[in-house]
Design a protein around this ligand. Structure first.
Ligand code: NAP
Length: 265
């Protein structure tokens, strides 16, 4: 059992999830990271343990409801509680609806939407007891459909609605529900997304995008300050403003801009 607060991060061994895990570790939380890639889980836990962090890694596919409930049961048995659940595991795509198979849509929904629900359902009793926090890692693509990322955007928009319903339903319990719409962020070089046929492709390098560490700081602030909804990066914030107040203009601009420049690749 832990004196420290316990945070569980899905997809916590790579990319933004690893930065989130590192930031919680540095703040003195006990961190549990979940993912499928055993090598990454091992590497991340030894790197963070070397920094003096209290960390535990568990191989879990969030798309599998049984694996998620087993993981939650093991976490409660080992650590007694869950104070923060960060739903970060996610997969993305590039391709038009016309070209991209329904199997790709199913895989994206299974990880991004059902993967979140698979963790939330078994973790809720512990979160009720701790009056803890659930933070959804969403995207600015949840705020408006953009070309080539339709199924991904739909999965994140589904999380937005799920978070809003849960915030109403759980208001009396003291559980905090937060959602962070992440803007364009620098990727790890090995990151892959689905191509239209379901194979995986690399993304272009994004030198000017936000750092993973800056995203992690906001995610931790979301749980600690119990913020309901955050949109990150200046472009993300500007887009959110335009979508709300100038819907016709923003429809035109996002459509033209991303079609012409493949900005979202
Ligand atoms: N990068 C961006 O610009 C950006 C922008 C907006 C939102 N986001 C969101 O931020 C989150 C992290 O993205 P990232 O850029 O860090 O991507 P990433 O480097 O590809 O990391 C994705 C993480 O999700 C995990 N994951 C994927 N499928 C899983 C499954 N079935 N079960 C368990 N874990 C799974 C991966 O671990 P394993 O491979 O070990 O399973 C990995 O740790 C995602 O939700 C993404 O949608 C990213």
């Amino acid at each position: 059992m832990h004196e420290k607060k316990v945070v569980v991060i899905t997809g916590g061994a790579k990319g933004i999830g690893k930065a989130i895990a590192t930031t919680y570790c540095r703040k003195g939380y006990h961190v549990v990271v979940l993912g499928r890639d055993e090598k990454a889980l091992k590497t991340t836990s030894s790197e963070l343990a070397r920094l003096g962090c209290s960390i535990h890694a568990m191989k879990t596919d969030v798309g599998d409801a049984t694996e998620c409930s087993d993981a939650v049961a093991a976490i409660i048995a080992d650590h007694g509680t869950i104070d923060v659940l960060v739903l970060n595991a996610g997969v993305s795509m590039r391709g038009t609806v016309e070209a991209t198979s329904i199997e790709v849509a199913e895989k994206i929904m299974r990880t991004n939407f059902f993967g979140s629900l698979n963790m939330i359902k078994p973790a809720l009793p512990a979160l009720r007891e701790s009056k803890g926090s659930i933070v959804f890692i969403s995207s600015i693509m949840a705020l408006r459909g953009l070309p080539f990322t339709s199924y991904y955007g739909a999965s994140k928009a589904a999380l937005k609605i799920l978070s809003e319903s849960m915030r109403c339903e759980l208001a009396h319990t003291g559980i905090h529900i937060g959602i962070v719409h992440v803007g364009m962020t620098r990727n790890e070089p090995q990151k892959r997304v689905f191509a239209p046929d379901g194979s995986s492709i690399a993304l272009d390098e994004r030198k000017k995008a936000a750092t993973r560490e800056s995203v992690a700081d906001k995610v931790v602030a979301c749980s600690e300050k119990r913020i309901a909804e955050m949109t990150l990066t200046p472009i993300g914030k500007l887009a959110g403003f335009l979508y709300r107040h100038f819907p016709r203009l923003s429809r035109y601009v996002t459509g033209r801009f991303s079609t012409v420049t493949r900005f979202y690749r």
